[in-house]
Write a protein that binds this ligand. Sequence first.
Ligand SMILES: [Mn+2]
Length: 288
Amino acid sequence: MQEFQVNYLMSGSPHAPYLLASLYTLRFHYSGHVVVHAWPESFPLVELIAKDHRLNIEARKREPAYRGRNAQFLDKIKMIQSLKEEQVLHAAYIDADTTFHRPIDELIDASQAYEFLATQFNNWTVDRVKRRIRWVSEFTGKESIDSECLETVLNHLDWPSVNGGVWIATPTSEILQTWYDWTWVCRKKVFIADEVVLHVLLGKYLRDFRMGVWHGGQFNSSPIYKSLPPSEIAIMHYHGDSNVRTSKSRYGFKAWWPIWKTCVQRNIGNVRSWKDEANNKFIKALES
Ligand SMILES: [Mn+2]
């Protein structure tokens, strides 16, 4: 049995540099168990990262049950569910495109009270993403997304907007299964289907406290929107490759690039042996 575990899920290898920066900075603030689950195409790189004892992570190969649109988003839910086999009580899921800048103990402590603790994205509320949430209305039905839950969340535009990149759940929770099922039905037509459905889940589970949201955005902060001063940010989330696309965010690049440089300089995660192989086109362009 394990009280708590941090988990990542790698699909393709271009995100391996992002993963490395996330792991490296995570270790400044968290010393517990970390598992990087990886699809076969990225597993060899993740194995090389895990060979660096300084990082102290476990590399674990997994084959997704489905490949297609929204596949990584679906498989991350299944991956966390699979941890019930080894009796992990609370499992964190962290996107690779993140870096850690402050302690995360408060978030871990808070997660103990919930089956699922989500994080607010910046200072956003449901109001900001309501149009995207409405996209799933064509997928409501008896065996499908619950229309009442959808209405509930759309009637609470002041609720925090959540993001699928940072969350903590109990692997046995029904919430994960509902999240999977509802994402599955709209996977082919909805952009970032998991994130849209996560909002609908608020309508089902938030008011009885099975689900919670960490308010304020310090554990899921975008460099593009800069809703918090840098000194308050614990987890930076570089969605849309905003760490390496200066046209998207100079601030994101400035925050991430020195971390990457340090990793290369100190050969963290044996990065020098695989960085070209990872084939991240943005990093290649910046380094040329
Ligand atoms: Mn992300």
